[in-house]
Ligand binder design. Structure first.
Ligand code: F6R
Length: 366
């Protein structure tokens, strides 16, 4: 049932090209210039009248929410806040009838997320779910929603759920942008085409598996690791660090690259591996200067770069190349080598990759 893979996690990482396609199939029509999602279509007015969107989630789903914040604000120009469901539910949050709350959950059973939904409903908000498990508590408790079609995720570390969540949320952002006219027609069409190409590019990014394994042999005994990214890839840095922590038990932190100089740079010496997400699009030059700062303090740099990159290659100790795409969709690609790196490090450390200690697949108690 692991389909020839040693672990469910690896199988699920490699399923990403097909499950991303399953998730946009029937919804994304690049040739027609259309996005059709029943849950959004039926409630379009609610989305368009929203003064803001509040996203609630936990863990990896919360990271997908952060990516969505950047995408929705950029594409649809609607203000977005992202909250840990566990914090939101206990802090008497200000929620108005005109707010749209999006709850993101792979399992659809996370207790804190479910409680946050109930609270938002009591306060009169429209609550939209992004779940993977059909018929789950969260999918039943929300007013409407859109499923990710990732299929069963068995490995405790979430991988394909994350990329399919981003796929759904990007489609929502594009649909709203279309309705609001906040993207130019040519940008809108370009993004639809880019999204359609993502499965093939993810497949290409999976070709970094051997490279990730080689890098894993070098850093498997590191006690700490830092992950840095900016913009759309700041949440990917958080997610990369979470993946390493939870399955390999190496302490890791994710940071927005520019925050380094406000504290974490003090940690950097020749023993500190720093994973830097530095695709060509976005804040490339700024990330390059962050890399220079790390290098001048002898940090070991592992960089995720766009195919053909030369500038970072000169500075980094190890580079992992991924295909080019637009900045907003780059998390779907940059996250792939980070999943693989964590996986190989955990395997080499003899950890139980699919069932890490102290963790449960769905957290049904707070
Ligand atoms: C990390 C992980 C957890 C979950 C979190 C939320 O790999 O799996 O952080 O993302 O427990 O779970 P769901 O998405 O089921 O609500």
């Amino acid at each position: 049932e692991k389909g020839g893979y040693d672990h469910f996690m690896l199988k699920e990482i490699f399923e990403q090209p097909s499950v991303i396609k399953d998730t946009y199939r029937g919804r994304l029509h690049a040739n027609l210039g259309l996005i059709q999602m029943a849950g959004v279509e039926d409630n379009l007015e609610k989305f368009l009248n929203a003064e803001r969107i509040v996203i609630v989630a936990c863990g990896t789903s919360w990271h997908a929410g952060l990516v969505a914040e950047y995408i929705i604000e950029e594409f649809a120009r609607i203000s977005v806040e992202v909250e840990y469901a566990s914090e939101f539910r206990y802090r008497n949050p200000i929620i108005n009838k005109n707010d749209v709350v999006i709850a993101i959950s792979q399992s659809g059973e996370t207790a804190d997320t479910l409680a946050a939904i109930k609270l938002a409903k009591e306060k009169g908000a429209f609550v939209f779910g992004v779940c993977n498990v059909v018929g789950s508590s969260i999918s039943r408790e929300t007013h409407a929603g859109a499923y990710t079609h990732a299929g069963p995720e068995i490995g405790v570390a979430s991988t394909k759920a994350f990329t399919t969540q981003i796929t759904v949320l990007a489609m929502i952002a594009l649909r709203l942008a279309k309705a609001k006219g906040t993207l130019t027609n040519s940008d809108f069409h370009r993004y639809l085409q880019e999204l359609e190409l993502i499965p093939d590019k993810v497949a290409e990014a999976l070709g970094t598996n051997d490279k990730a394994k080689e890098i894993a042999t070098i850093f498997k005994d590191a006690p700490n690791c830092l992950y840095l990214g900016r913009g759309y890839n700041f949440p990917v840095a958080l997610e990369g660090a979470l993946k390493l922590k939870e399955i390999s038990y190496i302490h890791a932190e994710g940071y927005p690259a520019a925050e380094m100089k406000h504290g974490p740079i003090a940690l950097i010496d020749e023993h500190m591996p720093v994973v830097v997400i530095a695709p060509k699009q976005g804040h490339y030059d700024k990330v390059v200067s962050n890399i220079q700062e790390i290098k001048s303090r002898s940090g070991k740099i592992i960089a995720v770069v766009t195919k053909g990159d030369t500038q970072v290659r000169e500075l980094a100790d190890y580079v992992i190349e991924i295909p080019d795409t637009s900045d907003a969709l780059s998390p779907l690609l940059t996250t792939i080598p980070l999943q693989l790196l964590s996986y190989h490090i955990a395997v080499m450390r003899g950890c139980n990759v699919d069932q890490p200690r102290n963790l449960a697949k769905s957290v049904t108690v707070e």
